[in-house]
Write a protein that binds this ligand. Structure first.
Ligand SMILES: Cc1ncc(COP(=O)(O)O)c(C=O)c1O
Length: 373
Protein backbone atom coordinates (compact mmCIF):
# COMPACT_ATOMS: atom_id res chain seq x y z
CA UNK A 1 0.00 0.00 0.00
CA UNK A 2 1.21 3.49 -0.87
CA UNK A 3 2.42 5.58 2.09
CA UNK A 4 1.11 9.09 1.48
CA UNK A 5 3.16 12.07 2.55
CA UNK A 6 0.24 13.91 4.21
CA UNK A 7 -3.32 13.12 5.29
CA UNK A 8 -5.61 15.83 6.73
CA UNK A 9 -6.67 15.28 10.33
CA UNK A 10 -10.43 15.63 9.89
CA UNK A 11 -13.38 13.74 11.36
CA UNK A 12 -17.01 13.79 12.38
CA UNK A 13 -16.62 17.01 14.40
CA UNK A 14 -15.87 19.01 11.23
CA UNK A 15 -18.63 17.18 9.37
CA UNK A 16 -21.27 18.00 12.03
CA UNK A 17 -20.26 21.62 12.16
CA UNK A 18 -20.31 22.09 8.40
CA UNK A 19 -23.66 20.29 8.12
CA UNK A 20 -25.21 22.86 10.46
CA UNK A 21 -24.03 25.69 8.20
CA UNK A 22 -25.35 23.94 5.08
CA UNK A 23 -28.82 23.81 6.63
CA UNK A 24 -28.64 27.30 8.14
CA UNK A 25 -28.13 28.93 4.74
CA UNK A 26 -25.85 31.53 6.37
CA UNK A 27 -22.65 31.13 4.37
CA UNK A 28 -20.95 34.51 4.66
CA UNK A 29 -20.34 37.29 7.18
CA UNK A 30 -21.71 35.29 10.08
CA UNK A 31 -20.64 34.61 13.62
CA UNK A 32 -18.20 31.78 12.97
CA UNK A 33 -15.55 33.76 11.10
CA UNK A 34 -15.48 36.19 14.02
CA UNK A 35 -15.27 33.37 16.55
CA UNK A 36 -12.50 31.69 14.56
CA UNK A 37 -10.55 34.96 14.50
CA UNK A 38 -10.92 35.30 18.26
CA UNK A 39 -9.89 31.71 18.99
CA UNK A 40 -6.96 31.64 16.59
CA UNK A 41 -5.44 34.94 17.76
CA UNK A 42 -5.80 33.72 21.35
CA UNK A 43 -4.03 30.48 20.43
CA UNK A 44 -1.07 32.43 18.99
CA UNK A 45 -1.12 34.84 21.96
CA UNK A 46 -2.22 37.97 20.13
CA UNK A 47 -5.08 40.43 20.49
CA UNK A 48 -6.68 40.36 17.06
CA UNK A 49 -6.97 38.57 13.72
CA UNK A 50 -8.60 38.81 10.29
CA UNK A 51 -9.48 35.62 8.39
CA UNK A 52 -9.04 35.24 4.62
CA UNK A 53 -9.78 32.83 1.80
CA UNK A 54 -6.08 31.96 1.46
CA UNK A 55 -2.73 32.47 3.13
CA UNK A 56 -1.60 34.44 0.09
CA UNK A 57 -4.52 36.86 0.48
CA UNK A 58 -3.54 37.37 4.15
CA UNK A 59 0.05 38.16 3.12
CA UNK A 60 -1.18 40.68 0.54
CA UNK A 61 -3.45 42.28 3.15
CA UNK A 62 -0.55 42.43 5.62
CA UNK A 63 1.52 44.35 3.06
CA UNK A 64 -1.40 46.72 2.49
CA UNK A 65 -2.09 47.25 6.19
CA UNK A 66 1.49 48.43 6.72
CA UNK A 67 1.03 51.03 4.00
CA UNK A 68 3.79 49.61 1.84
CA UNK A 69 4.07 51.42 -1.47
CA UNK A 70 5.43 51.08 -4.99
CA UNK A 71 9.23 50.66 -5.04
CA UNK A 72 9.44 50.00 -1.30
CA UNK A 73 11.84 47.10 -0.81
CA UNK A 74 10.77 44.01 1.11
CA UNK A 75 13.37 41.42 2.09
CA UNK A 76 12.31 37.78 1.72
CA UNK A 77 14.13 34.42 1.85
CA UNK A 78 14.83 32.94 -1.57
CA UNK A 79 13.74 29.48 -0.41
CA UNK A 80 9.99 29.64 0.17
CA UNK A 81 6.69 29.13 -1.59
CA UNK A 82 6.12 31.61 -4.43
CA UNK A 83 3.41 33.58 -2.67
CA UNK A 84 5.91 35.06 -0.18
CA UNK A 85 7.23 36.89 -3.26
CA UNK A 86 4.00 37.46 -5.16
CA UNK A 87 2.33 39.15 -2.16
CA UNK A 88 5.15 41.70 -2.30
CA UNK A 89 4.64 42.18 -6.04
CA UNK A 90 0.84 42.43 -5.76
CA UNK A 91 1.36 45.41 -3.46
CA UNK A 92 3.64 47.00 -6.09
CA UNK A 93 6.73 46.59 -3.88
CA UNK A 94 10.11 45.19 -4.81
CA UNK A 95 11.21 41.80 -3.46
CA UNK A 96 14.83 41.65 -2.31
CA UNK A 97 15.99 38.07 -2.06
CA UNK A 98 18.02 37.03 0.96
CA UNK A 99 20.02 33.84 1.42
CA UNK A 100 19.02 31.15 3.92
CA UNK A 101 21.05 28.98 6.29
CA UNK A 102 22.36 25.68 5.01
CA UNK A 103 21.45 23.84 8.20
CA UNK A 104 17.91 25.07 9.03
CA UNK A 105 16.80 26.58 5.66
CA UNK A 106 15.67 29.81 7.40
CA UNK A 107 16.61 33.45 6.74
CA UNK A 108 20.35 34.06 7.10
CA UNK A 109 20.84 36.92 9.54
CA UNK A 110 24.18 38.11 8.13
CA UNK A 111 22.79 38.33 4.60
CA UNK A 112 19.63 40.00 5.92
CA UNK A 113 21.74 42.78 7.49
CA UNK A 114 23.62 43.24 4.20
CA UNK A 115 20.41 43.49 2.19
CA UNK A 116 18.95 46.40 4.19
CA UNK A 117 19.04 49.71 2.28
CA UNK A 118 17.30 53.05 2.86
CA UNK A 119 14.45 51.74 0.68
CA UNK A 120 13.84 48.67 2.85
CA UNK A 121 10.45 48.91 4.53
CA UNK A 122 9.75 45.33 5.61
CA UNK A 123 11.10 41.82 5.99
CA UNK A 124 9.11 38.58 5.68
CA UNK A 125 10.89 35.80 7.60
CA UNK A 126 9.44 32.39 6.72
CA UNK A 127 9.30 29.79 9.50
CA UNK A 128 10.23 27.07 7.10
CA UNK A 129 8.65 23.58 7.20
CA UNK A 130 7.52 23.93 10.83
CA UNK A 131 10.90 25.18 12.01
CA UNK A 132 11.42 28.69 13.46
CA UNK A 133 13.69 31.49 12.26
CA UNK A 134 15.90 33.29 14.75
CA UNK A 135 12.99 35.62 15.03
CA UNK A 136 14.10 37.57 18.11
CA UNK A 137 17.29 38.65 16.32
CA UNK A 138 15.37 39.54 13.16
CA UNK A 139 12.90 41.67 15.14
CA UNK A 140 15.76 43.39 17.00
CA UNK A 141 17.53 44.34 13.78
CA UNK A 142 14.24 45.40 12.17
CA UNK A 143 13.44 47.69 15.11
CA UNK A 144 16.87 49.33 14.92
CA UNK A 145 16.42 49.91 11.19
CA UNK A 146 12.75 50.92 11.53
CA UNK A 147 11.43 48.25 9.22
CA UNK A 148 8.29 46.14 9.72
CA UNK A 149 8.31 42.39 10.31
CA UNK A 150 5.64 40.21 8.68
CA UNK A 151 6.08 36.63 9.92
CA UNK A 152 5.13 34.08 7.26
CA UNK A 153 3.83 31.23 9.44
CA UNK A 154 2.09 29.35 6.61
CA UNK A 155 4.12 26.27 7.55
CA UNK A 156 4.39 26.73 11.31
CA UNK A 157 1.06 26.66 13.19
CA UNK A 158 1.96 26.06 16.83
CA UNK A 159 5.75 26.19 16.36
CA UNK A 160 7.51 27.88 19.28
CA UNK A 161 10.72 29.84 19.56
CA UNK A 162 12.08 30.18 23.11
CA UNK A 163 8.73 28.97 24.44
CA UNK A 164 6.67 31.57 22.57
CA UNK A 165 4.55 30.81 19.51
CA UNK A 166 5.91 32.02 16.19
CA UNK A 167 3.60 34.63 14.76
CA UNK A 168 3.68 36.60 18.01
CA UNK A 169 7.07 38.28 17.52
CA UNK A 170 6.69 40.63 14.55
CA UNK A 171 4.23 43.40 13.69
CA UNK A 172 1.93 41.00 11.93
CA UNK A 173 1.82 37.30 11.10
CA UNK A 174 0.15 35.25 8.36
CA UNK A 175 -0.98 31.62 8.31
CA UNK A 176 -2.34 29.32 5.59
CA UNK A 177 -5.04 26.69 6.01
CA UNK A 178 -4.43 24.94 2.70
CA UNK A 179 -5.39 21.25 2.67
CA UNK A 180 -2.01 19.78 3.64
CA UNK A 181 -1.17 22.28 6.38
CA UNK A 182 -1.06 21.56 10.16
CA UNK A 183 -4.74 22.45 10.21
CA UNK A 184 -7.01 23.13 7.28
CA UNK A 185 -10.15 24.92 6.20
CA UNK A 186 -9.87 23.44 2.69
CA UNK A 187 -8.45 26.76 1.51
CA UNK A 188 -7.99 29.68 3.86
CA UNK A 189 -5.68 31.98 5.74
CA UNK A 190 -5.48 34.36 8.67
CA UNK A 191 -3.52 37.40 9.70
CA UNK A 192 -2.82 38.12 13.39
CA UNK A 193 -1.51 41.17 15.19
CA UNK A 194 -1.50 42.96 18.51
CA UNK A 195 -2.09 46.17 16.56
CA UNK A 196 -5.85 46.23 16.06
CA UNK A 197 -5.49 49.07 13.55
CA UNK A 198 -3.74 46.65 11.17
CA UNK A 199 -6.33 43.87 11.46
CA UNK A 200 -9.24 46.31 11.11
CA UNK A 201 -7.69 47.81 7.99
CA UNK A 202 -7.20 44.27 6.62
CA UNK A 203 -10.88 43.46 7.18
CA UNK A 204 -11.82 46.42 4.97
CA UNK A 205 -9.25 45.37 2.35
CA UNK A 206 -10.65 41.81 2.21
CA UNK A 207 -14.17 43.10 1.61
CA UNK A 208 -13.92 45.40 -1.45
CA UNK A 209 -12.78 48.35 0.64
CA UNK A 210 -16.26 48.63 2.20
CA UNK A 211 -16.76 50.39 5.52
CA UNK A 212 -20.55 50.43 5.40
CA UNK A 213 -23.11 49.08 2.98
CA UNK A 214 -22.45 51.51 0.13
CA UNK A 215 -19.23 53.20 1.10
CA UNK A 216 -16.08 51.87 -0.60
CA UNK A 217 -13.25 53.92 0.88
CA UNK A 218 -10.30 52.12 -0.57
CA UNK A 219 -9.31 49.64 -3.24
CA UNK A 220 -10.08 46.17 -1.95
CA UNK A 221 -10.63 42.58 -3.02
CA UNK A 222 -12.93 39.72 -2.26
CA UNK A 223 -10.57 37.90 0.08
CA UNK A 224 -13.24 36.90 2.62
CA UNK A 225 -13.29 33.60 4.51
CA UNK A 226 -16.73 31.95 4.39
CA UNK A 227 -18.65 30.38 7.28
CA UNK A 228 -18.10 26.80 6.10
CA UNK A 229 -14.36 27.32 6.22
CA UNK A 230 -14.58 29.00 9.64
CA UNK A 231 -16.71 26.13 10.99
CA UNK A 232 -14.05 23.70 9.90
CA UNK A 233 -11.26 25.93 11.23
CA UNK A 234 -12.84 26.09 14.69
CA UNK A 235 -12.90 22.30 14.93
CA UNK A 236 -9.42 21.91 13.45
CA UNK A 237 -7.97 24.42 15.90
CA UNK A 238 -9.17 22.25 18.79
CA UNK A 239 -7.18 19.33 17.31
CA UNK A 240 -4.07 21.27 16.30
CA UNK A 241 -1.92 20.56 19.36
CA UNK A 242 -2.74 16.86 19.26
CA UNK A 243 -2.00 16.65 15.53
CA UNK A 244 1.27 18.53 16.03
CA UNK A 245 2.30 16.19 18.83
CA UNK A 246 1.79 13.17 16.54
CA UNK A 247 3.74 14.82 13.71
CA UNK A 248 6.51 15.64 16.16
CA UNK A 249 6.63 12.15 17.61
CA UNK A 250 6.79 10.53 14.17
CA UNK A 251 9.30 13.02 12.81
CA UNK A 252 11.61 12.84 15.82
CA UNK A 253 11.60 9.05 15.62
CA UNK A 254 12.30 9.06 11.85
CA UNK A 255 15.08 11.63 12.13
CA UNK A 256 16.73 10.07 15.18
CA UNK A 257 16.79 6.61 13.63
CA UNK A 258 17.96 7.93 10.27
CA UNK A 259 20.81 9.83 11.88
CA UNK A 260 21.96 6.62 13.60
CA UNK A 261 22.29 4.93 10.21
CA UNK A 262 24.97 7.44 9.18
CA UNK A 263 23.98 7.29 5.51
CA UNK A 264 26.23 9.39 3.30
CA UNK A 265 23.68 10.61 0.78
CA UNK A 266 21.52 12.91 2.96
CA UNK A 267 21.62 14.99 6.11
CA UNK A 268 18.81 15.96 8.48
CA UNK A 269 17.71 19.54 9.20
CA UNK A 270 19.53 21.01 12.20
CA UNK A 271 17.14 22.02 14.96
CA UNK A 272 18.15 24.50 17.60
CA UNK A 273 17.22 23.48 21.18
CA UNK A 274 15.20 26.67 21.65
CA UNK A 275 12.74 25.57 18.95
CA UNK A 276 9.56 23.56 19.30
CA UNK A 277 9.41 22.31 15.69
CA UNK A 278 6.01 21.20 14.33
CA UNK A 279 7.36 19.39 11.27
CA UNK A 280 5.16 20.54 8.42
CA UNK A 281 7.87 18.67 6.57
CA UNK A 282 10.08 16.02 8.10
CA UNK A 283 13.03 17.37 6.12
CA UNK A 284 16.18 15.79 4.70
CA UNK A 285 18.72 17.30 2.30
CA UNK A 286 20.56 15.37 -0.38
CA UNK A 287 24.28 16.00 0.08
CA UNK A 288 25.70 13.59 -2.50
CA UNK A 289 26.07 15.71 -5.64
CA UNK A 290 25.64 12.69 -7.91
CA UNK A 291 22.12 12.01 -6.63
CA UNK A 292 19.20 14.01 -8.06
CA UNK A 293 15.86 14.69 -6.40
CA UNK A 294 14.08 13.15 -9.42
CA UNK A 295 15.96 9.93 -8.86
CA UNK A 296 15.04 9.91 -5.15
CA UNK A 297 11.36 10.47 -6.01
CA UNK A 298 11.45 7.68 -8.61
CA UNK A 299 13.19 5.20 -6.32
CA UNK A 300 10.91 5.90 -3.34
CA UNK A 301 7.82 5.78 -5.55
CA UNK A 302 8.81 2.26 -6.56
CA UNK A 303 8.90 1.44 -2.84
CA UNK A 304 5.44 3.03 -2.40
CA UNK A 305 6.68 6.01 -0.38
CA UNK A 306 5.47 9.46 -1.36
CA UNK A 307 7.67 12.44 -0.39
CA UNK A 308 7.26 16.21 -0.34
CA UNK A 309 9.40 17.99 -2.89
CA UNK A 310 9.17 21.67 -3.62
CA UNK A 311 11.45 24.60 -4.17
CA UNK A 312 13.33 23.12 -7.08
CA UNK A 313 14.74 26.62 -7.71
CA UNK A 314 15.45 29.62 -5.52
CA UNK A 315 12.50 32.02 -5.95
CA UNK A 316 14.57 34.51 -7.97
CA UNK A 317 15.16 31.86 -10.65
CA UNK A 318 11.44 31.49 -11.38
CA UNK A 319 10.40 32.95 -14.73
CA UNK A 320 7.90 35.33 -13.16
CA UNK A 321 10.79 36.99 -11.30
CA UNK A 322 13.34 36.76 -14.11
CA UNK A 323 10.93 38.57 -16.46
CA UNK A 324 10.05 41.38 -14.05
CA UNK A 325 10.47 44.89 -15.34
CA UNK A 326 10.65 46.77 -12.05
CA UNK A 327 13.13 49.07 -10.36
CA UNK A 328 15.25 46.96 -8.01
CA UNK A 329 18.67 47.21 -6.40
CA UNK A 330 19.03 43.48 -7.17
CA UNK A 331 19.73 42.16 -10.64
CA UNK A 332 17.55 39.05 -10.57
CA UNK A 333 19.14 37.62 -13.72
CA UNK A 334 22.62 37.65 -12.19
CA UNK A 335 21.65 36.81 -8.63
CA UNK A 336 23.42 33.85 -7.03
CA UNK A 337 22.83 33.10 -3.34
CA UNK A 338 25.21 30.35 -2.33
CA UNK A 339 23.19 28.40 0.24
CA UNK A 340 19.89 28.81 -1.59
CA UNK A 341 21.45 27.34 -4.73
CA UNK A 342 22.69 24.37 -2.67
CA UNK A 343 19.33 23.76 -1.04
CA UNK A 344 17.00 24.29 -4.01
CA UNK A 345 15.94 20.99 -5.51
CA UNK A 346 17.85 19.09 -2.81
CA UNK A 347 15.41 18.99 0.11
CA UNK A 348 12.48 16.66 0.59
CA UNK A 349 10.02 15.73 3.32
CA UNK A 350 9.18 12.25 4.59
CA UNK A 351 5.65 11.12 5.54
CA UNK A 352 4.98 11.95 9.21
CA UNK A 353 1.17 12.04 9.56
CA UNK A 354 -1.15 10.55 12.19
CA UNK A 355 -2.11 7.43 10.22
CA UNK A 356 1.41 5.97 10.20
CA UNK A 357 2.10 2.97 12.42
CA UNK A 358 5.46 1.80 13.80
CA UNK A 359 5.92 -0.77 11.02
CA UNK A 360 5.45 1.87 8.37
CA UNK A 361 7.84 4.25 10.13
CA UNK A 362 10.48 1.53 10.33
CA UNK A 363 9.88 0.68 6.69
CA UNK A 364 10.47 4.33 5.75
CA UNK A 365 13.68 4.42 7.85
CA UNK A 366 15.11 1.22 6.34
CA UNK A 367 14.17 2.15 2.80
CA UNK A 368 15.57 5.68 2.96
CA UNK A 369 18.76 4.66 4.79
CA UNK A 370 19.52 1.92 2.25
CA UNK A 371 18.34 3.71 -0.89
CA UNK A 372 21.83 4.21 -2.32
CA UNK A 373 23.81 1.41 -0.67
C1 LIG B 1 5.63 29.73 3.09
C2 LIG B 1 4.27 29.92 2.50
N1 LIG B 1 3.76 31.16 2.41
C3 LIG B 1 2.54 31.37 1.90
C4 LIG B 1 1.75 30.33 1.43
C5 LIG B 1 0.44 30.63 0.80
O1 LIG B 1 -0.66 30.03 1.38
P1 LIG B 1 -1.96 29.66 0.52
O2 LIG B 1 -1.64 28.47 -0.32
O3 LIG B 1 -3.00 29.37 1.55
O4 LIG B 1 -2.30 30.85 -0.30
C6 LIG B 1 2.23 29.02 1.51
C7 LIG B 1 1.43 27.90 1.03
O5 LIG B 1 1.84 26.80 0.85
C8 LIG B 1 3.53 28.80 2.06
O6 LIG B 1 4.03 27.57 2.16
Amino acid sequence: MKIKVAIPYTGKEEYKSIKKIVFSGKFVSGKLVKKFEENFSKYIGLKSAAAFNSGTASLHAAMNSLNLKKNDEVIIPSISFMSTATAVLHQGCTPIFCDVNLDDYCLNIEDFKKKITRNTKAVIPVHFAGNACKIDEIVKIAKQKKISVIEDCAQAHGTKYKNKKVGSFGDISCFSFYATKHMTTGEGGILCSNKKKLTEKSKIFRNHGLVSRNDHVTLGYNYRMNELAAAMGLEQLKKLDKFNSIRRKNSLYLLKELEKRKSKWFEVQKIDKSIFHTYFWCPLRIINSKISIDDVIKKLKKKNIEIRTRYKFPLYKQRVIQNLKIKSSQNYKKLYLKNSEKIAGRIFGLPNHHKLNKNQLNYIINTVANLYD
